[in-house]
Design a protein around this ligand. Structure first.
Ligand code: PLP
Length: 411
């Protein structure tokens, strides 16, 4: 028999969200009448918007005709008009269309980048972080052979991001020539890096031969005009960063699937090979391009009507988040020392319950309020004592969940 991939044995435990789903199932089995509300997973709930959906509908109708039919795209990087429209509309032309590589989503691109950089690269992650950065690194062997220690991996550099450092990490422990995962606006903390912070990050990466994988999947939620929406607003970033992004949260494409990565021409490996050249080689081998229907949706999303629809959609979730934050800032919670972190620039509310364990608080909220959340410890050691509240939900469910938290949660 064939042995299993030994790197998988290094994975700490199951992926966070299946574990949450398991606890929810167990709870429902014991309480069959319980009406559970989920403020857990970051999955969109509101329907596709009119203009964007009609872009896809029109495309589907055309596919039924000989003239409008198309099969595989010419290049896995996507249709050039979409690549160019992303560059001009979302990046105001500070990047070029050929530097945009359209994909089936940011998560899939993270996995492909991990394949691209391989097992020997040093890895640094914000702590807490979107779990895919760590688990994917473990799967390709980049986290070394050591099993988890203290809730983390020996060979991954964890960069604590806490209220105490304004959620911006001390970079001094990051090894030279590391791949630095940096997510802003951040999942799970909601923190959004300032221009000055990103300048520090970029100059550190330049001085130390690092490459930043900048995850901007939530950039469409940024409302503070002083905050950068892309790492490429920062001088020097073209030589040390690539960016991943997605229509998942902005256009409700979590199921439709459409994302992109930006790899500037100047981003090079040590031997001078452009990162984009090997990326093309890799993606053209393993990926046949994003769905052409989804790409039609992406084009519609970048029309004036589509942009307005995305703004309304993201405003809806931001208002949900504001309602959750306001509830948790109520007297009952502040008297108990609960700390609420919500910037208004991300769809998550990050909440510390001092002195308590995340999973303990998760179970308590589920048991007393029948509300599913996400335990911060699942995002890394520095997430301990925190809970992430997601704002992806119908307004009436958000209101009901907030009422239950106010009325029923014992602190
Ligand atoms: N990056 C971050 C930080 C996320 O939170 C998510 C999804 O929740 C993704 C990427 C995945 O995005 P996509 O749906 O485009 O794969």
């Amino acid at each position: 028999m064939i042995a299993s991939n030994s790197y998988f044995k290094n994975l700490a435990s199951g992926f966070l969200f299946p574990e949450i789903a398991k606890r929810r199932r167990e709870y429902c089995a014991a309480h069959p009448d319980a009406e559970i509300i989920s403020l857990g997973i970051g999955n969109t709930t509101e329907p596709l918007t009119r203009h964007i959906a009609s872009g896809m509908n029109d495309y589907i109708k055309a596919l039924e005709t000989p003239a409008g039919y198309s099969g595989y795209g010419d290049d896995s990087a996507g249709e050039l008009p979409l690549r160019e429209k992303i560059a001009t509309v979302l990046y105001n032309g500070i990047i070029k269309g050929h530097e945009v590589f359209v994909s089936d989503g940011a998560k899939c691109d993270v996995g492909r980048f991990q394949q691209l950089f391989g097992a020997s690269v040093n890895v640094a992650v914000q702590d807490p972080a979107y779990p895919v950065y760590v688990d994917g690194s473990v799967m390709v062997g980049a986290a070394g052979k050591s099993p988890a220690v203290h809730g983390g991996y020996c060979d991954i550099t964890y960069m604590p991001c806490l209220p105490e450092n304004n959620f911006f990490p001390d970079l001094s422990g990051v090894k030279k020539e590391s791949l630095i995962y940096f997510c802003s606006p951040n999942n799970p903390t909601g923190a959004c890096a300032t221009r000055e912070e990103l300048e520090i990050l970029v100059s550190f990466a330049r001085e130390n031969g690092c490459i930043i994988i900048y995850d901007a999947a939530y950039s469409s939620f940024i409302r503070d005009s002083k905050l950068p929406k892309t790492i490429f607003e920062i001088e020097g970033a073209r030589r040390c960063a690539l960016e991943i992004n997605s229509f998942s949260k902005s256009a409700g494409f979590t199921g439709v699937r459409l994302g992109w990565s930006v790899i500037p021409d100047e981003l090079l490996f040590a031997d001078g090979t452009p990162v984009s050249a090997l990326w093309s080689r890799l993606t053209n081998t393993f990926f046949n391009g994003a769905s052409n229907i989804a790409q039609a949706g992406g084009l519609a999303a970048l029309d004036a009507e589509g942009l307005e629809e995305m703004r309304d959609l993201t405003n809806y979730y931001l208002s949900n988040a504001a309602i959750i934050a306001e509830t948790l800032r109520g007297k009952k919670f502040s008297d108990a020392g609960v700390e609420v972190y919500f910037t208004g620039n991300a769809p998550y509310v990050w909440v510390r319950f001092p002195g308590k364990k995340s999973w303990e608080v998760f179970d308590k909220i589920l048991d007393e309020c029948r509300v599913v959340t996400t335990p911060g410890a699942g995002f890394g050691p520095s997430g301990e004592s925190f809970i992430r509240f997601s704002s992806f939900g119908h307004r009436e469910n958000i209101m009901e969940a907030c009422e239950r938290l106010s009325d029923k949660l014992s602190l």
